[in-house]
Design a protein around this ligand. Structure first.
Ligand code: IPE
Ligand code: IPE
Ligand code: MG
Length: 259
């Protein structure tokens, strides 16, 4: 099990976030600005995933998690929902071989039971094919909701260990993303400043970055700005700044003595 970052001891600050979670928002507005149908924005949004993946690999980010379809997005017009599903299936069909070639591990999180069984089979096959890769783990959240995730985790935990009282460390192994550390950096494009039921449990101590840039326009230089913002933060996890700086100085001391 990976150590949750929010409960870890003080560590040397990372220059590069190990895990980045993104709400890719603004596709509809991108299309509207151009008098195009919303789906044209979603298509450009999918294309832009490639740029984000490339940025992560260039920088050495280990986990990239993308919110593609929320449990609330079913409330959209049926036509948009159906086109989004088709787009997801199309992307899976055409991109999985490339992910495999690039040594990227693919994972999907969310309640896949509501999908066409063919789609869940495609997801399962993509996960199996890429399971051994370690260069980058690309997780796509589809029909995902943070509340759904916490409740499915609680239900499985209680079923496995009935009649106990539980602590905060008991739940994470049952969450859909138990395989990943908590996100260090959260990015939301499209100007909205909310979490929209994304990774509620894991975002407890994540650094938040919001930008007006619409997702299809969020290119490599926009990605660099988000990471540069992260590099300026002091992550205190409840401690004081003095405590954090003293602990980091102590971590560096043996290095200084060896010089
Ligand atoms: C995000 O873009 C993609 C999905 C939610 C599928 P939107 O479709 O929410 O774009 P806006 O917010 O309408 O611009
Ligand atoms: C959040 O975007 C979900 C995804 C990007 C998949 P929305 O555009 O659906 O979020 P709200 O409803 O405006 O908060
Ligand atoms: Mg939106």
């Amino acid at each position: 099990m990976t150590n949750p970052t929010s409960s870890a001891a003080i560590q040397e600050p990372r220059l590069i976030p190990r895990h980045i979670a993104v709400i890719m928002d603004g596709n509809g507005r991108w299309a509207k600005q151009r008098f195009l149908p919303r789906i044209a924005g979603h298509r450009r949004g999918v294309e832009n995933v490639r740029s984000a993946v490339r940025s992560c690999i260039d920088k050495g980010v280990e986990y990239l998690t993308l919110f593609a379809f929320s449990s609330e997005n079913w409330r959209r017009p049926a036509e948009e929902v159906s086109l989004l599903m088709q787009l997801f299936a199309f992307a899976l069909e055409h991109e999985v071989a490339k992910l495999h070639e690039a040594k990227i591990r693919f994972r999907a999180i969310g309640d896949l039971s509501r999908f066409d069984p063919r789609l869940s089979e495609m997801v399962a096959r993509a996960e199996q094919l890429t399971a051994a890769h370690t260069r980058l783990t690309l997780t796509v959240a589809v029909n995902y909701g943070g509340r759904w995730d916490m409740m499915q985790a609680v239900n499985r935990m209680v079923a496995e260990h009935p009649g106990r009282s539980y602590t905060e460390t008991d739940l994470p192994p049952y969450l859909a993303m138990a395989y990943a550390p908590e996100p260090d950096l959260f990015i939301r494009t499209g100007g909205e400043q909310r979490i929209s039921n994304f990774l509620l449990w894991q975002l407890a101590y994540t650094e938040m970055y919001f930008t007006e840039t619409l997702w299809p326009d969020f290119d490599a230089s926009a990605f660099d700005l988000a990471v540069a913002s992260f590099q300026k933060r002091e992550r205190r996890f409840g401690r004081t700044s003095d405590q954090v700086q003293a602990a980091i100085a102590a971590l560096r001391e043996p290095l200084a003595e060896n010089r």
